[in-house]
Design a protein around this ligand. Structure first.
Ligand code: ADP
Length: 399
């Protein structure tokens, strides 16, 4: 079996797959590591458990993960040896990793070198790798990088028009994120359409709490909305998306806000929450807009407008468009947002089948929601980053 690990600063999510990655045997999450009120939950073989526990650190979290998987009542395996390989979600691989890779000391050293680029994400990923390696020292461990898929972007897409030395000396460039999700849904979309991925010009809209849009030409990322940090592109739950960078100087000099305060504002108090003043959750925003709340309506309008503009920009960047894919929380569940983004794009061959669009909710099915005669296919494909990680792990571990 293959264990996938997604280790964040205060959470550890894991899934256990059969070796052929056809089935999820167990799924678990350990929450609030190192905080008050920590707990763990797991579902396996139709049985589930959710219990509070003292979990002061990641070491304890991994112990609980293995104990839960082995548990005689609600566990999934009888012996640790049933785990044949471990796949780790890794956030930032900079330009050092263009694909998933088997982890050895050199890989860990390179990941450590990437820490300054992702100071919040890479350190817990590395802790997760070390803890898992200590518990399962005799099986292959594989790192699957969120940034790897975007490494095919050409220099004209990833370079910022700053003095070139910032790129050469400080690695300042566009990296992009959500690559594992985008790779998964782009492959699935080609399967659903029964067309080779290499023949498709595709825009993937990963619309979750975080938002990434990526232009995928022939299966390769050619441009993406998130850049060096994680707030450019389309507005998100609490992040602003694109703003005029000049505003940051203005907020600092004229409004007296410190860099830390500005960072908090653009990451945590902006986006849907900032414009609506109510919530970062599109469900709440849509309900309130329906009830007549103007600011919620504006938040939705702005969100859809930003996404629509990138859709057009990416079609232009690729010189065509065959397929549009919606995924993640909003993309999989919000017919209204999909409709707002796709409205008036007939000139790009986009025309939604209203009934199919309305039915595509719940994140379960892969569905084509465009009209049969439309030149550009529009699909809803539920994302599954864990499955992509497990598939890469299977391949690299040679299972
Ligand atoms: P993350 O980026 O944290 O993985 P998800 O992909 O799970 O996030 O997306 C979470 C977001 O999806 C929620 O904040 C909410 O805005 C949105 N969402 C979930 N269900 C619905 C729904 N039925 N209608 C509209 N938006 C939804």
């Amino acid at each position: 079996m293959i264990l996938t690990i997604n280790c964040g600063s205060s959470t550890l999510k894991y899934q256990l797959f059969t070796s052929d990655v056809a089935q999820v045997v167990a799924k678990g999450m350990i929450s609030r590591i190192g905080e008050d009120g920590s707990y763990f939950e797991q579902a396996a073989h139709g049985r589930s458990v959710k219990e509070s526990a003292t979990i002061p650190n990641h070491h304890k979290a991994f112990e609980i993960c293995i104990q839960s998987l082995l548990h005689p009542d609600y566990g999934a395996i009888h012996d640790m040896n049933e785990i044949e390989a471990v796949g780790h979600r890794a956030v930032h691989g900079a330009d050092l990793f263009i694909a998933s890779t088997r982890i050895d000391d050199e890989v860990i050293a390179k990941m450590e070198a990437c820490v300054p680029l992702a100071p919040l994400h890479n350190p817990p990923n590395l802790i997760g790798i070390r803890e898992a390696q200590a518990l399962l020292p005799n099986v292959p461990h594989v790192a699957v990088f969120d940034t790897a898929f975007n490494q095919t972007m050409p220099p004209k897409a990833y370079i910022y028009a700053l003095p070139y030395s910032f790129y050469e000396e400080h690695k300042i460039r566009k990296y992009g994120f959500h690559g594992t999700s985008v790779r998964f849904v782009s492959q699935r979309a080609a399967e659903v359409l029964q067309r080779p991925l290499t023949s498709l010009k595709m825009v993937v809209l990963h619309l979750g709490n975080g938002v990434t849009m990526t232009a995928v030409d022939g299966g390769q990322a050619v441009d993406t909305t998130i850049g060096f940090a994680t707030f450019s592109g389309v507005m998100m739950g609490t992040r602003s998306g694109d703003i005029d960078p000049g505003l940051i100087f203005h907020m600092h000099r004229e409004l007296g806000l410190s860099p830390d305060e500005i960072e908090r504002i653009v990451y945590k108090e902006s986006g849907l929450l900032g414009v609506s003043g109510i919530s970062n959750d599109m469900r709440v925003i849509a309900e309130q807009a329906q009830a007549g709340n103007q600011r919620c309506q504006l938040a939705m309008d702005k969100f859809a407008f930003m996404a629509k503009k990138y859709l057009g920009a990416f079609a232009a960047a690729m010189g065509g468009l065959d397929c549009v894919v919606f995924t993640a929380g909003i993309g999989e569940n919000s017919p209204i947002i999909r409709q707002m983004i796709c409205q008036d794009l007939a000139f790009l061959g986009i025309s939604l089948d209203e009934a199919k669009n309305k039915q595509a909710v719940g994140g379960k099915a892969e569905v084509v929601i465009s009209e049969v005669a439309a030149g550009t296919a529009v699909l809803v494909i539920p994302t599954n980053e864990e499955k992509m990680i497990a598939l890469d792990t299977k391949e690299i571990a040679g299972l």
